[in-house]
Design a protein around this ligand. Sequence first.
Ligand SMILES: [Zn+2]
Length: 316
Amino acid sequence: VTSRMLDAQVPRNMEVQGGKSEDRVATLRAIQGNDKCADCETGDPEWASVNLGILICLECSGIHRAMGVHVSRVRSLLLDSWDTSLCEVMKTLGNEKVNQVYLDTWPEAARESGINPETPRDEKERFVRAKYEERAFMSRPKGDRESLNARLLEGVGGESVLEVLRLLSQGADANVAETDGTNAMMIAVRHNRPTIVELLIQSGADVSACDHLGRTPLHHAAQCDFDDVARTLVARGSSMDTRDCYGKTPLDVAAGSRGGAAFEVLVKSMGLEVGASEGTDNLSDHASPDHTGSPTGSSPPGTPLILPHPTQGAMG
Ligand SMILES: [Zn+2]
């Protein structure tokens, strides 16, 4: 069930970063601390927890999987497909930084007597569960849940992916929203933070949540014309069909935004062509099975798209 859930999160047909899986393994193992399992220090880890941003060994990956996806989302470095934003989360975090969060009250001396590759599995499991489920080796957060959530809403617009991970690990809600429905993901989108958007999604944030104007995170990406965040949201199943309170889909909004980069991402993901009559590349080969409908509701999939009237300004 776990691997099927993960497959749903990351479609198999997505672009693979760095081509071969060997390249990806080499890149990610070069991150500080990633030459050994984040938990038991077994060398050359081949598994990852994508919401925690760490590499782990086969045995610890089984323990992580047993804790459930609300604690840890396990993927194989070699067997699973990876895309750019998922790799970016892994590259930005890594074992050393993340252990500073999860083991920050665990003194260096005690680490020497911690688990190692030879530790029996049941002992490893006790340690791993204490570390991530009970957060037994983390300092207690300052302030209550409400103040953690407020700090998350502020942090997601910033540059520190590690700070966002820290707040989430301390119990901040990945779906927290301001009173007008603007949630953490929308703020990250509007600050063009694809890696933070990805981390929020892997931490359980809902890509389909709407603000008080009925806009999803994808509407916001379209309005800002941020193609990287749009690509991440589309890859994680964000709906193309949701209409905001003005009746606009994300594609309608993208058609009215300035550069057109997000528009191209959306059109491509729907298997349509961008201005085929103007001699641009035919993009219909990239048809996604999930989005074969036409935004106009009348043309068959693959029909050259006729640009709707610009909608800039309609969303305020
Ligand atoms: Zn391990």
